[in-house]
Design a protein around this ligand. Structure first.
Ligand SMILES: *Cc1c(COP(=O)(O)O)cnc(C)c1O
Length: 395
């Protein structure tokens, strides 16, 4: 009999990944996440990070973190409900609420566990969750953890959303509509004004995960809700502190009642240690920096526009993005991965994204332009896209 501890059942699955051509090694980054990086020992222009504003290695944020370590140490030592709720956690939530123009904010250890913890806390048996089919994995997991029933509408399809509301609304207590604010694979923005209108018509609540909208859209990066002028009309505004803000963490902004409830029933608040002091202080510094100047968001959009125009001119199909996320649509999976690999060999890191992350036959190389890139770096990247694209017959 074979030894169960050899994990043969996993080895077989790993072999299958290799056969399917989707097996991969984790790339290794040597040094900070910057516009130019050393990846797997090779120098490359980084077009794959979510570090939209270049905050991940910003001197002011680093200084704030170092000072917090000196005063508060490296760990909070507890969950927030016991003795891990420091004054700096409280301060961060006040600053974030002001930034988001909402009554209150509850901070979590990541965007992922904000969704995992919040959705199950605010819904239950007898409720219905209606979710966009392209919502992020953490929303899908969050919905799975809830005892509510669920329905999925076609991506951004408002007719379909209304059909579901019309058919099902009266059978449920609370109905919660969940959508990403910005969809990370295509860079398109959810039709929030229409979603809010339908929610109001059918007496439903709204929940917007703005991980890729925070720090990017709206005044000084206040997010999708601000972009559309919908303050006060979205019940739960989720954001991440790990992407544009450059550190780690997640939050939900909304009403005082929401926060009061989550402090009793948000499981990651009760059962997982709070964010470490350095992260908290760096995040607070980042949000204050954003509120004091539009310099970073302006540079981000300027760079995005610049890069998109050049890529389009080269003859690439850059999809239907409305944000700095720039997918280079390729189609076939193997070709997409080969393109990404060849780009890296030539000094540009842009990750290939294929099925099952996106639909079959819709493979793309996804470029994330940031405020941290110089025009010269973007020009060099475009040159590589030109050479490799021609070599591979893509343009
Ligand atoms: C990245 C992302 C998250 C996860 O955020 P982390 O802070 O990295 O855990 C959640 N939701 C969406 C839509 C995301 O894009």
């Amino acid at each position: 009999m074979s030894n169960v501890h050899e994990l043969k059942f996993l080895k077989e699955k790993i072999e299958q990944l290799k056969e399917d051509g989707v097996y991969r090694q984790l790339p290794v980054l040597e040094g900070a996440n910057e516009a130019e990086i050393m990846l797997n020992g090779k120098k490359a222009i980084n077009l794959s990070s979510n570090n939209y504003l270049g905050f991940a290695n910003h001197p002011k944020l680093k200084q704030a973190g170092i000072e917090a370590i000196e005063k508060y140490g490296v760990g909070s030592g507890s969950v927030r409900t016991i003795v891990g709720n420091m004054d700096i956690h409280e301060e961060l939530e006040v600053v974030l609420a002001e930034f988001k123009r909402e009554e209150a904010v509850m901070v979590y250890q990541s965007g992922f566990n904000c969704n995992a913890g919040t959705i199950q806390a605010i819904t239950g048996r007898g409720d219905l969750i209606i979710s966009d089919e392209l919502n992020h994995a953490s929303i899908i997991d969050g919905v799975r953890l809830s005892k509510a029933d669920r329905a999925v509408y076609k991506h951004c399809d408002m007719k379909h959303l209304e059909e579901i509301l019309k058919e099902k609304r009266e059978n449920y207590n609370t109905v919660l509509i969940i959508t990403d604010g910005v969809f990370s694979m295509d860079g398109d923005i959810a039709p929030l004004p229409k979603i809010v209108e339908l929610a109001e018509k059918y007496n439903a609540l709204t929940y917007v995960d703005d991980a890729h909208g925070s720090g990017v859209l709206g005044e000084s990066g206040r997010g999708t809700v601000d972009h559309f002028g919908l303050h006060g009309r979205v019940d739960f505004c989720i954001g991440t502190l790990s992407k544009a803000i450059g550190v780690v963490g997640g939050y939900v902004a909304g009403s005082n009642t929401m926060k009061e409830w989550l402090s009793h029933r948000g499981r990651p608040i009760l059962f997982s240690t709070s964010l470490p002091p350095a992260s908290v202080a760096s995040i607070t510094a980042a949000v204050k920096l954003l509120m004091s100047s539009t310099e970073y968001t302006d540079k981000l959009w300027d760079n995005a526009k610049y890069f998109k125009e050049k890529m389009s001119k080269l003859g690439y199909d850059i999809g239907k993005s409305e944000t700095p996320i720039t997918p280079i649509m390729i189609g076939e999976e193997a070709k997409t991965m080969k393109f990404s690999k060849t780009l890296l060999e030539n000094g540009v890191f842009a990750s290939g994204i294929v099925f099952p992350t996106v639909g079959k036959g819709t493979g793309r190389v996804r470029c994330m332009v940031t405020a941290g890139h110089t025009k010269e770096q973007l020009d060099r990247a475009v040159e590589v896209f030109k050479t490799v694209g021609k070599e591979m017959g893509l343009i």
